[in-house]
Design a protein around this ligand. Structure first.
Ligand SMILES: Cc1cc2nc3c(=O)[nH]c(=O)nc-3n(C[C@H](O)[C@H](O)[C@H](O)COP(=O)(O)OP(=O)(O)OC[C@H]3O[C@@H](n4cnc5c(N)ncnc54)[C@H](O)[C@@H]3O)c2cc1C
Length: 428
């Protein structure tokens, strides 16, 4: 059987940061990084916009500002980002404050989907140069904790220490693993919302601030704004029973005026925290996803603001009419009525936030603006961690979005350093 000092499952930012940290602590460690895909499937591969200001991307239950800043400094030193300039922030902040809303000022950089792929390739090459082995296109299935080996689709591989960092796509996989290892966890918080797409001229703030972070009452916020050569995409998810549903998302390519489509997209998300008797936010969110898929004939839904305001469903005509003057970038969506699919309390909060946003940045509620549904973020797994380095069991650590320790690339990278430090210490 092949055997390594450390196996890292997931080649996203959490997994890569852990590998760099471990190699720095001891260059002789044998490390294997395993990923079910050829390149990591998270945000580094999709848009790759990075935020370097607490609390963006850092769940506050695991990160104090001081701890996050300590690790963020290391992330910045390692990734050496070029921070994007911002302008006119005070004007928008003042308007927001008048309405009881907040605009956070965040240090950001944006590499784009193409730039992100280049970064992944560069980082993987650096890891290989350090002697890290890569098994890309191979998925972990189970672990034999007693005998310290994992089982993939192809083989058994021994480890002394194991880090599982499978990202949001690995949410179900991680839950199955936690059940098999008897690791207690909760997953009672989810973010549910819509993705908004409009012309940049209707949301011109993006020329001043690439990914503006607005916070509204009722736990609603803007999230993941993309502009320039920006596209709405859909991600396929499957429940444990194999039923499929889609969440929408967005990304942009690196700026290139020849390809810019003049559009912007961003999510409006509401955080929902469940209490007894509902135990699983994941199960609730999946059911919403399935409900939307049922209404959309297997596809996500989209509706123009003009139709929504009139209380009528959107139809194919809503996407070819003169007032509705731009094509949706995600065509594989069903024109419909999102208000039939979104729970009333969530929709009320989001629509109120949209009206506030339209007062802060007038124009975003233009009739042509498209609202796609559902956009659901599954990063609510909260395992019972045994220490501050995210150890969950004898010789096993978790990190990253799938394990609830981050909500973005930089938080995931910081989580990977933190887990890597714990593993390195345990190997001394
Ligand atoms: C479409 C999309 C766009 C995003 N855009 C941004 C953005 O612009 N900025 C930002 O900060 N964040 C963004 N995010 C969030 C970002 O992806 C995460 O915060 C970050 O990537 C989490 O890092 P991670 O290492 O935990 O997981 P990931 O980056 O998701 O990496 C986990 C890896 O584990 C692999 N994996 C899963 N299960 C297994 C298994 N059983 N065996 C082997 N491998 C497995 C997956 O293939 C994946 O490559 C985006 C997420 C998505 C899905």
């Amino acid at each position: 059987m092949d055997s390594y000092d450390v196996i890292i499952v997931g080649s996203g930012p959490a997994g890569m940061a852990a590998a760099f940290t471990l190699k720095k602590s001891n260059p002789n460690l044998s490390i294997l990084i395993l990923d079910r895909e050829k390149f990591s499937t998270g945000g580094m591969r999709n848009d790759c916009k990075m935020n370097f200001t607490y609390p963006i991307g850092f769940p506050t239950e695991y990160w104090s500002e001081e701890t996050a800043n300590h690790y963020l400094d290391q992330v910045i030193d390692f990734l050496e980002p070029t921070i994007m300039p911002k302008s006119n922030i005070a004007v928008y902040q003042k308007r927001a404050e008048r309405l009881g809303c907040t605009l956070l000022e965040i240090k950001q950089t944006h590499l784009g989907t193409d730039g992100g792929l280049a970064l992944i390739k560069e980082l993987l090459a650096r890891l290989e140069a350090l002697g890290v082995s890569l098994a890309l296109g191979e998925a972990m299935e189970r672990v034999d904790q007693e005998n310290r080996f994992i089982i993939t689709e192809e083989r058994e591989i021994g480890y002394k220490r194991l880090l599982v960092a499978p990202g949001r796509k690995g949410f179900n996989f991680l839950q199955e693993l936690m059940h098999s290892l008897s690791i207690p966890f909760i997953d009672n918080i989810v973010d549910i919302g819509i993705r908004v797409e409009t012309r940049i001229e209707h949301y011109p703030i993006v020329s001043d601030y690439y990914d503006p972070k607005f916070y509204f009452p009722d736990k609603v916020r803007t999230f993941c704004t993309n502009s320039g050569n920006a596209h709405v995409v859909r991600e396929r998810y499957a429940t444990n029973r194999g039923d499929q549903w889609f969440s929408v998302n967005g990304h942009a390519f690196a700026p290139d005026s020849r390809h810019d489509n003049g559009l912007v997209n961003f999510a409006m998300l509401k955080t929902v925290r469940f209490t007894a008797p509902l135990a699983s936010g994941q199960a609730f969110a999946e059911n919403l996803g399935l409900q939307a898929a049922l209404m959309g004939g297997g596809k996500p839904l989209m509706q123009r603001v003009g139709d929504f305001r009139l209380g009528t469903r959107s139809k194919e005509a809503s996407f070819s009419d003169d007032l509705f003057d731009f094509e949706p970038t995600l065509r594989s969506c069903c024109p419909g009525d999102i208000s039939l699919a979104i729970p009333a309390k969530i929709l009320r909060a989001i629509w109120k936030a949209m009206k506030n946003l339209d007062t802060i940045v007038p124009g975003v509620l233009h009739p042509s603006t498209i609202m796609y549904y559902p956009e659901i973020k599954l990063y609510a797994n909260k395992p019972a961690y045994l220490d501050e380095h995210f150890r969950v069991a004898e010789d096993i650590w978790f990190a990253g979005d799938g394990a609830g320790t981050s909500r973005g690339i930089t938080g995931a990278w910081a989580s990977g350093i933190r887990a890597g430090e714990g593993m390195a210490e345990s190997l001394l």
